[in-house]
Design a protein around this ligand. Structure first.
Ligand code: NAP
Length: 293
């Protein structure tokens, strides 16, 4: 099977490596072209333009956000460039409206579109242990299944309408960001009473909160070391909460916890922490409690 892969950020490069290692014929493109070299060294082909990836059996896009997707799709006329039987699988976390409009634009052009956002950080992507939520035409998901199952531990079908997978991903990330925020607050509260962050985090992650949502972010919070190119950028977490709040408001669904987490993310980004890992919410909580004054 031929696979085109666009977007070799923290997630995309790990996922593309697994496809190459599994023996798929992979063609890669990334805006910053230098990021293609490790994939080429592993056996992939480097494309000159995104359109050169679009004639594969499956085109995977793993770009930062809606703007990045729009830039690649529209500036390079990517939908037109897709082969007649190519399935476009968008694995990034994007807006619910994007799920709807992308599905409609592809359908109008007679092309297949699947939304398949992922649950899991880059280390899980590297270990091929992602949970992948896929929605779109059943036949298109079946075409993409071998690639998706290579990158993930489990494929969760979410129906025929692509936007449904985007809803599930955004709802999940509202919980994730809120979880990291409450862990940061509780760690600061304990620290104010002289309890070492590492001691507190060890207890909670080995008892009532022993889930990946907490385990993935506790070590960086303990070490206060948030500069991780293989992490989940705090500004991408803010993007996800914005998209979730927009989607919830469109249906008059109150999400007060998500809105509160978004305020803390704003504070962290104003302090210059947007490029750091989401666990840097730990620092925002410390600052607001004046723990280091
Ligand atoms: P990342 O490391 O920031 O990589 C972003 C990718 O998008 C890079 O390839 C970047 O190209 C490209 N890009 C950004 N703006 C662009 C533009 N205007 N035109 C073309 N390309 C552009 O992000 P990531 O962590 O891999 O995340 C990718 C997606 O997965 C996001 O939607 C994120 O929300 C989601 N996600 C992330 C995690 C995680 O833990 N990191 C987990 C689950 C889902 P350059 O290399 O040129 O900058």
């Amino acid at each position: 099977m031929n696979i085109g892969f666009i977007g070799l950020g923290a997630m995309g490069r790990a996922m593309a490596h697994n496809l190459v290692a599994a023996g798929f014929d992979v063609t890669v493109w990334n805006r910053s072209a230098d990021k293609c070299q490790p994939l080429v060294d592993a056996g992939a082909t480097q494309a000159d333009t995104p359109a050169d990836c679009a004639r594969a059996d499956v085109l995977i896009t793993m770009l930062a956000d809606d703007d990045a997707l729009a830039a690649v799709i529209d500036e390079h006329d990517l939908i037109t460039a897709l082969g007649d039987n190519t399935v476009h699988v968008n694995m990034a976390t994007v807006a619910v409206e994007t799920g709807r409009t992308m599905a409609a634009r592809h359908a109008e052009a007679g092309k297949a579109y699947v939304a398949a956002p992922v649950l899991g950080r880059p280390d899980l992507a590297a270990a091929a242990k992602l949970n992948i939520v896929a929605a779109g035409p059943a036949a298109a998901i079946e075409t993409a299944r071998p690639a998706l199952e290579t990158m993930g531990a489990k494929l969760w079908p979410a129906g025929d309408d692509a936007f449904r997978a985007n809803v599930i991903k955004l709802a999940t990330n509202t919980m994730l960001v809120s979880a990291v925020e409450t862990m940061a607050e509780a760690t600061s509260m304990s620290a104010a009473y002289g309890i070492e962050p590492g001691d507190f985090l060890e207890i909670i992650t080995h008892s009532v909160f022993g889930s990946p949502a907490y385990l993935g972010y506790a070590p960086a919070m303990e070490k206060r070391d948030y500069d991780n190119p293989e992490g989940f950028k705090l500004k991408l977490g803010a993007k996800d909460i914005d998209l979730a709040l927009r989607a919830s408001r469109a249906q008059n669904v109150p999400m007060p916890m998500g809105a509160a987490a978004r305020e803390r993310l704003a504070e962290a980004m104003a302090a210059g922490d947007g490029e750091l890992d989401l666990s840097a919410l730990g620092e925002a909580a410390r600052r607001s409690a004046h723990l280091d004054d």
